[in-house]
Each structure stands twice: as structure tokens, then as C-alpha cells.
Design a protein around this ligand. Structure first.
Ligand SMILES: *Cc1c(COP(=O)(O)O)cnc(C)c1O
Length: 456
């Protein structure tokens, strides 16, 4: 066994890539509430979802089997960069002068630079097997669009990405990345869909939102029989695919005789949090003491300030209606730099766990998030994504608390991606232009007044 005193990183052999995904639904005391169909207004059936998803994905969405086999073709593709490394943040511990031991799992080592490839690969694979020729999707910050472009190209499918207009303008190199993998990238709202056109009629300069881009991508898939839709977060099957992160991390920590007291991950729709935390929660359900904390921006505080209720997943009310913590589907968060965390809702599973007190949530402002990002970059030599830096902020605060109280603690956080496409955000920070943005309470109140009338 390696000594935990000296370890800098723990690398596993590719034969140790997990063979199954862990489905936390099997162990939840209260199961996530069923989706409702926006078409029928009733509980969504597999048939309702068949217009936009392949059979295997719908099954994974609804199953309560504890473990789901990972197909060989998917594991083979995972092997290009998995198992991902687990690092001990020795440099950061030194800067903080803390008695805590801080570890991070780094999901930025693949070409697309984030954890999202973990789910785009199986989603493309199942669609390819179902005879689908093209995938449509939305992208906010560009990471999901990049991940689905690469996976679609690998399995010989076309890919259409509706990219939120503000990011389309701000992140041209994310666009170039998707073009490199053959995707068709469209600024959203666009003239290509009814939902896009109706928004442009009212506001020709509309800068777009994730909710609008989802509406366009879902409409595209629903109106073309050879096209399906793929979503990069929120849904149960996406959370499921991400659980390879936590399974690997557990094995890596075991190799150095460690177990975390607390796991942090940032939370947009909830998928990287799910991926990092759920395999540890599996132990918690068996009595082990471990905390899991989701960290979100103060500009879009879904778990900490939202309501737990049924809501639409998108602006045009075309996607399944889910019971989740939500700020309301009309709420458009400010254009903070952590674009991947600007979604009005959260995964039903993560929401149910939060409501049941099994997980915790915190929020932080983007200025202190970038303080943490720069401290981390200088100490560890990796420039983190603005999204991931929320988890870094929370881990640093926890380590400082441990120092104050003079106690040892083992902290794990998920570094969901790198920030090498995000230097314009870093430039704003260094130029003193970043402000802490708090959500608009009145706008959320107004938006929550428009929730669908489903009790459940
Ligand atoms: C998309 C993204 C997120 C947020 O999505 P989740 O589904 O909540 O994980 C976080 N970090 C990075 C790097 C992302 O690309």
C-alpha cells in the first residue's frame, strides 16, 4: 500500500475502470417523483419519451436496479482517459497551512476538458444502436456541446448544437472545438424552430438561455424521425453515467487507506455532484459517516433558495415536467462566468436527497469563487473551470475551519473540468470587473408563480 503521507497522485490501471454504473435510486428511502408529460399532463410513460430518447436510455431513466452494466464499446472509449487521476492537493494544503488532507478527482484530462464526456459517450452509443442518424442538443458554456460533438463523431452520427447566444459570442473557441468534431453549431434563439422564432419575434436581440436552447433542441428532435435529443445533466440516466467518478475515487482513496469525511462538488443540474458523491452515499446508507455537499452560485441558488415542486425543464414547456428544486422555468440568471451552473432547476434525485436531509448545499459568490480558483491554480498548477471552482471555494473554507478548530479532516472535491477556454472570465477577474451577483428575489418570486399545477 502507498503511504498517504507521501502520495501526490493515485493512478489506476485501465482494467480498473468500473464495469457498472451505480444507480442510487435503488437505495433511496424516498424515490424521486415520476416525470409528467407536457403533452398529456399525466405521469410520463416510456412511450411519451420515445419521440426523443432511445429505449435503453428510457429504461435507465426509470429503473431501480442498483447496478447497470457499462457496454464494452463505452468502456473502451472511456479507456482513452480513464481512470482519471486522484490528486492530493499538497500545494494547496501548504498555502492554507491546514491540518486537513485535501484530495481532488480531476475530470479535465479528456479532450473536451470536463466530466460531460462520461455521459455523452453512452448516450451517443445507445442512439447509434437504435439507428439514429443525428443528435440535437443545447449547450450553455460549451462543454456539453463539445462532449456530444466528440461522441457523435466517434459513433458516426451528425450533431446539431443550439448554443446560448451570449456564449456563442463570448466563447468562439468552444465553437471551433465543436466544428473540429463536425458539429453544426447554431446560435440560440434561432430561426430554425417555432420556439426560437416566437422568441425572436418578441426580442430580436435576445441573448438566449439554457431553457430556450433546450426548447429548440427538443423541438428539432421531436419533429425529425431520424433525430434524437441528448441532455448533458439533470436527468437520472446522466447522473447514473457519472457515477464512475466516485467509484474510481473510492478505489483510489482505499489504496492509500483514506476515506473522506466530506465530499464537495459544484452543482448546476447536479450530474458531476451525483457522480462524485453517490458512490459514497451508498456507504452512508449502510451507516458510514460521510457528508456530501453541493455548491452552487449565489446568482442561481436552486437548492438553497428554490422551491421543491413540479416545474418545466425548459422555456417552451416541451421537455418532461420534473419534481425538483427550481427557481421557476422563466427565471433567467445573470450572465455569470460559470455558465454551466446557470440552470433554473436541479436533478430530481439530487433534489429528493436534499429535501430528505441526506445531502447538504451551499452557495458562493463569483468573486470569492475566482479568489479560490487563482489560489488553487498557483498552488496546484491546474487552471480550474469557473464551475468547478465553486467546489474549490467550499473545500478551502472547510480546510480553514479545520485549521481554526485544530482538527484533522479528510476532504475530497471533484474538479469537474479545466478552465482553458475560460480566460476571458479570468481576465475580467484580474481587471477587477467581477462582481458578486445575487439572484433577483422578485424575479424568482414572479417565475415561481408560473409553476405548473401538479401536486404529486
Ligand atoms: C456543465 C458543467 C458543470 C455543471 O453541470 P452538472 O451537471 O451540475 O455537473 C460543472 N462543471 C463543469 C466543468 C461543467 O462543464
Amino acid at each position: 500500500m502507498m503511504s498517504k503521507k507521501n502520495v501526490t497522485k493515485v493512478i489506476l490501471d485501465e482494467t480498473e475502470i468500473p464495469r457498472q454504473w451505480y444507480n442510487i435510486v435503488a437505495d433511496m428511502p424516498n424515490k424521486p417523483a415520476p416525470y409528467y408529460s407536457p403533452m398529456t399532463g399525466k405521469i410520463a410513460t416510456a412511450d411519451d419519451m420515445a419521440a426523443i430518447f432511445p429505449k435503453e436510455i428510457i429504461e435507465q431513466e426509470m429503473t431501480s436496479e442498483r447496478f447497470i452494466d457499462i457496454p464494452d464499446e463505452v468502456r473502451e472509449m472511456y479507456a482513452q482517459w480513464r481512470p482519471s487521476p486522484l490528486y492530493r492537493a499538497k500545494g494547496l494544503e501548504k498555502v492554507l497551512d491546514t491540518p486537513a488532507r485535501i484530495y481532488y478527482k480531476y475530470e479535465g484530462t479528456n479532450a473536451t476538458g470536463s466530466h460531460k464526456l462520461n455521459s455523452s459517450i453512452p448516450q451517443a452509443y445507445y442512439n447509434k444502436n437504435a439507428g439514429i442518424k443525428r443528435l440535437s442538443t443545447e449547450t450553455g458554456a460549451g462543454q456539453w456541446g463539445s462532449a456530444l460533438s466528440l461522441a457523435s463523431n466517434h459513433f458516426g452520427m451528425e450533431c446539431t448544437v443550439y448554443m446560448v447566444n451570449v456564449s456563442y459570442q463570448q466563447k468562439p473557441y468552444r465553437r471551433s472545438f465543436m466544428h473540429t468534431f463536425g458539429a453544426n453549431v447554431i446560435a440560440s434563439p434561432s430561426n430554425l424552430t417555432n420556439s426560437g422564432r416566437s422568441i425572436l419575434e418578441k426580442d430580436p436581440e435576445c441573448s438566449g438561455s439554457l431553457g430556450i436552447a433546450i426548447s429548440e433542441a427538443v423541438e428539432d428532435a421531436a419533429t425529425h424521425s431520424d433525430t434524437n435529443y441528448a441532455l448533458g445533466s439533470v436527468l437520472n440516466h446522466v447522473c447514473l453515467h457519472q457515477t464512475i467518478i466516485g467509484q474510481e475515487a473510492k478505489k483510489q482513496l482505499e489504496m492509500i487507506d483514506e476515506y473522506p469525511d466530506v465530499v464537495f462538488a459544484c452543482c448546476g443540474g447536479g450530474s458531476n455532484f451525483a457522480g462524485a458523491a453517490f458512490p459514497f452515499l451508498m456507504d452512508r446508507f449502510k451507516g458510514k459517516k460521510v457528508r456530501a455537499v453541493a455548491v452552487e452560485p449565489t446568482a442561481c441558488p436552486t437548492l438553497t433558495k428554490g422551491v421543491f415542486a413540479y416545474d418545466y425543464g425548459d422555456t417552451a414547456k416541451a421537455a418532461p415536467i420534473a419534481k425538483m428544486y427550481t427557481l421557476g422555468h422563466d427565471f433567467i440568471p445573470e450572465g455569470i462566468h460559470a455558465g454551466g451552473l446557470r440552470y433554473h432547476g436541479a436533478s430530481s434525485i439530487v433534489s429528493q436527497l436534499y429535501n430528505d436531509g441526506i445531502i447538504e448545499a451551499q452557495s458562493c459568490g463569483q468573486k470569492e469563487v475566482f479568489d479560490a480558483a487563482v489560489t488553487f491554480a498557483r498552488a496546484e498548477g491546474i487552471v480550474p473551470a469557473p464551475e468547478s471552482s465553486h467546489a474549490i471555494r467550499a473545500a478551502i473554507d472547510e480546510a480553514l475551519k479545520a485549521k481554526e478548530e485544530g482538527r484533522e479532516q479528510v476532504i475530497l472535491f471533484n474538479l469537474s473540468g479545466h478552465g482553458y477556454f475560460d480566460f476571458s472570465a479570468y481576465d475580467s477577474y484580474f481587471g477587477g470587473k467581477l462582481e458578486n451577483i445575487h439572484y433577483d428575489e422578485q424575479a424568482v418570486k414572479a417565475s415561481i408563480a408560473n409553476l405548473p399545477d401538479i401536486k404529486g
